[in-house]
Design a protein around this ligand. Sequence first.
Ligand SMILES: Cc1cc2nc3c(=O)[nH]c(=O)nc-3n(C[C@H](O)[C@H](O)[C@H](O)COP(=O)(O)OP(=O)(O)OC[C@H]3O[C@@H](n4cnc5c(N)ncnc54)[C@H](O)[C@@H]3O)c2cc1C
Length: 431
Amino acid sequence: MAWDFETDPEFQRLLDWADTFVREEVEPLDLAFPGQQFTPPGPELRKIVTPLKDEVRRHRLWAAHLGPELGGEGYGQLRLALLNEILGRSEWAPVIFGCQAPDTGNAEIIAHYGTEDQKAKYLRPLLDGEVFSCYSMTEPQAGADPALFETRAAPDGFGGWVIDGWKFFSSNARTAAFFIVMAVTDPEAGPYEGMSMFLVPADTPGIRIERDVGLGDEPMGDGAHALIHYDGVRVPDEALLGGPGQAFAIAQTRLGGGRVHHAMRTIGHAQKALDMMCERALSRRTRDGVLADKQFVQGYVADSYAQLTQFRLFVLYVAWSIDKHNDYKRVRKDIAAVKVVMPQVLHDIAQRAAQVHGALGMSNEMPFQKMLLGAGVMGMADGPTEVHKVTVARQVLRGHQAVDGLWPTGHLPTRREAAIAKYAPEEDEKP
Ligand SMILES: Cc1cc2nc3c(=O)[nH]c(=O)nc-3n(C[C@H](O)[C@H](O)[C@H](O)COP(=O)(O)OP(=O)(O)OC[C@H]3O[C@@H](n4cnc5c(N)ncnc54)[C@H](O)[C@@H]3O)c2cc1C
């Protein structure tokens, strides 16, 4: 019997340390330095952040998703999931622990497909937490369907490439040291074999950030997601990541990990909302008791607990499966299913928590409205829910077959007839 829901005591000790450390040392950064986690820190902030990162390294939890050859601990996805659910409590925590999106996914593909020179130039500083990176794939006219991408990289006649086109919602472009750009290199070959990825330093001439797009009610022009015009951007052939035409395969590797890492952190985020819901339910009085005495509120608590536990077990199972098969493709169906469930779980729990807090829950003095926006983002970033449902459905249907004839195999009269025939006495046994 190998099913086991316990964490080994040695790793549990590290998790316990991480839990206290995030609550006491890292969560305050979210309040003191909001939205600054993806900006390379100035000298003052560096004095605060560097010792925290060192502390994480001392506890062997830095870049926990990567193998020792890349400066991580090689803990694998399951242990990362247990850690990430703690980190999900705080916006700064993934940066302090060296495992923030989109850099984790970017690091993974450079580690997997990069040349030694590319690893030295891009991966090393990324893993050391010295720089940030940007993944530039979505285009203004096409996101969910890469077949419609138009950004083109054409040979420049001197062994290099010229990139021309527009990209939309390239997160952290304004602070990134380099961009991973997906572009059509062979229009005849179609989207699966005709696109390539390029590693492009942020200071390459021709990269024009047209504007930064914000989320929700962030001030206009002040967001972290850029509309970028790649206007005759020249790169050498060494900028190619993997071989020509490999972009689609690389994107699948990257997004598989990214999606499940978001799910891991969402557990912690939703747990935080549930914790606040329970505290408020026990604290807020009505004329005949506290909110926790009301059945509707008890329903919110019970539904949230059950939903979160189901989600958590599913995420841990997916993490375990990735470790077991060491191949995102084999776990594709479940990664897509987790991606589908994730926004709903966060939305439902944040919504109930907000409701239990009354007007305060609607205000900007509590984090619930931001969480609700975050749930919407979870249903869009890395591909919309609808597209992932299609993936799940296709994969599930692959395990089934159409029936011959008019009646389904579950048709009771047909089955009963067959069952009676099965147990009918043979001709020579009849009385
Ligand atoms: C906060 C945030 C950060 C992001 N960061 C990045 C980033 O760093 N880099 C990057 O490249 N991209 C990034 N994205 C973009 C993201 O990947 C795209 O938004 C996503 O792929 C959807 O593309 P779209 O926005 O063009 O929507 P569209 O493709 O226009 O889709 C809109 C809607 O149409 C429906 N739809 C579309 N296609 C189908 C289909 N096949 N079946 C059923 N329904 C469908 C869905 O309801 C979908 O929500 C980010 C997005 C967000 C919100």
